[in-house]
Design a protein around this ligand. Structure first.
Ligand code: ADP
Length: 401
């Protein structure tokens, strides 16, 4: 079954096409993939198929036309991998917020779209652009069933104590509660680590560290998310690239009393904080690492604070799990920064974590980096959200016996 996956973001649209034939955790290579980056005055398009990459740049144009042209290269022209548009049998969409309504992936209907729209209030950067992507694909490929895969769904079964905020109970009834995010990645990486370990996920206590520009940790017991660091919005928890993570809510009251508007506070917490806010250099850990080498003191402080907050969150989840069998690192920093992995694992040395330094320094995709004598196993797992979305899509749309 050919499944097209769309991950629609505010500054880029990522697409890929898989030929899914069976349920599989281990990721399959996509037949075709494309990325559209939207800049102020121009659009950059990169299409990969059959081992070839085609790149082009054009003047800014409406999304529908550009998306339609890129999707058509699936069956037309030199990048074509399908005989016709009709070969596409399902389209999977990453949707950031499914609220309490969507606890699993679902075939998209008018009601599902209405819910995604209603939840825009809680995910203003993501849900509108996800919904727009769904509606554009409905226009481009009107006969193809579409599936929404939610970043919140994996956390929807968290115990009540991990779901509530200790404000008035009325908050919970209004939907002000902890939802958690990055669920597609956390679930995929937990399954992948279990597969790599040769153990059943149902017997493992794991923590997945999704460390990208955004970052969150999830405690997973018997295959279920029991706690996670992001909450009502993706702003909670860890210090991130340009997001603060958790701060004393009293600071926000203080800023409001100083006359700052909600939009200003939103901008500061989401865009001007985290690694960028502390270092004054960048939200990108690579630039921070270079600045540390160049002797910039605030760059070192930013990295130290990043690790401090990460370890604090990790400690709290380990205690909640009442032990730990495995730790999984994923996303940009988790996959590519041996230094961050080593610093975290060193602080867990008292629990018997020992790293194979050579493997940690040269970790390739999906590999165990702990030593055989380590009491807690440690893996690097490259997150494959698109593959996970394609799998859910296939599960929902495949012909049932
Ligand atoms: P997003 O949350 O935007 O999907 P990614 O998962 O792509 O982010 O992670 C992006 C971050 O990963 C970058 O900001 C950078 O800090 C970090 N990163 C990527 N490659 C490396 C590397 N080789 N060394 C250290 N950090 C890296």
């Amino acid at each position: 079954m050919h499944i097209l996956v769309l991950n629609a973001g505010s500054s880029s649209h990522k697409l890929c096409c898989y030929a899914v034939t069976a349920a599989a955790v281990a990721p399959q290579r996509s037949l075709w993939s494309a990325q559209i980056d939207w800049h102020v005055e121009h659009v950059e398009i990169r299409i990969r198929s059959g081992g070839q990459t085609h790149q082009e740049s054009c003047a800014i144009a409406p999304r529908k036309g550009v998306l339609s042209r890129v999707v058509q290269t699936l069956w037309q022209g030199p990048q074509a991998v399908l005989a016709a548009a009709s070969a596409i049998e399902g389209i999977g969409h990453r949707v950031v917020h499914g609220g309490a309504d969507h606890q699993q992936s679902t075939v998209i209907t008018t009601d599902v779209k209405a819910t995604i729209d209603r939840l825009r209030e809680w995910a203003p950067i993501h849900n509108p652009i996800n919904l727009e992507g769904i509606e554009l694909m409905e226009q481009i490929l009107p006969d193809v069933p579409q599936v929404a895969v939610f970043d919140t769904a994996f956390h929807s079964q968290m115990p009540m104590v991990a779901t509530l905020y200790p404000g008035p109970y009325d908050w919970f009834e209004q939907g002000i509660r902890r939802y958690g995010f990055h669920g597609i990645s956390h679930q995929y990486c937990a399954q992948r680590a279990a597969q790599l370990s040769g153990q059943s996920l149902n017997r493992l206590r794991l923590i997945v560290c999704h460390l990208g520009n955004g970052g969150s940790l999830t405690a997973i017991k018997n295959g279920r998310s029991i706690d996670t660091t992001m909450g009502f919005t993706p702003l909670d928890g860890l210090m991130m690239g340009s997001r603060s993570g958790a701060v004393d809510p009293g600071i926000l009251i203080h800023l409001m009393r100083q006359g700052h508007t909600a939009d200003e506070i939103d901008h500061v917490l989401n865009q001007e904080s985290g690694l960028k806010g502390i270092s004054g250099v960048s939200n990108d850990l690579r630039a921070i690492t270079q600045a540390i080498a160049d002797g910039v003191p605030r760059a070192r402080l930013a990295r130290d604070l990043y690790l401090h907050r990460l370890k604090a969150c990790l400690g709290s989840l380990i205690v909640g799990l009442e032990g730990l069998d495995g730790l999984v690192f994923t996303a940009g920093i988790g996959e590519h920064s041996p230094d961050v992995r080593a610093a975290v694992c060193q602080s867990l040395g008292f629990l018997g974590v020992t790293l194979n330094e050579t493997k940690n320094s040269n970790a390739s995709q999906d590999e165990e980096i702990s030593r055989p004598d380590s009491r807690i196993r440690v893996w690097v797992s490259y997150t494959q959200e698109d593959w996970a979305i394609a799998q859910d899509c296939w599960q929902l749309l495949r012909p049932k016996p």
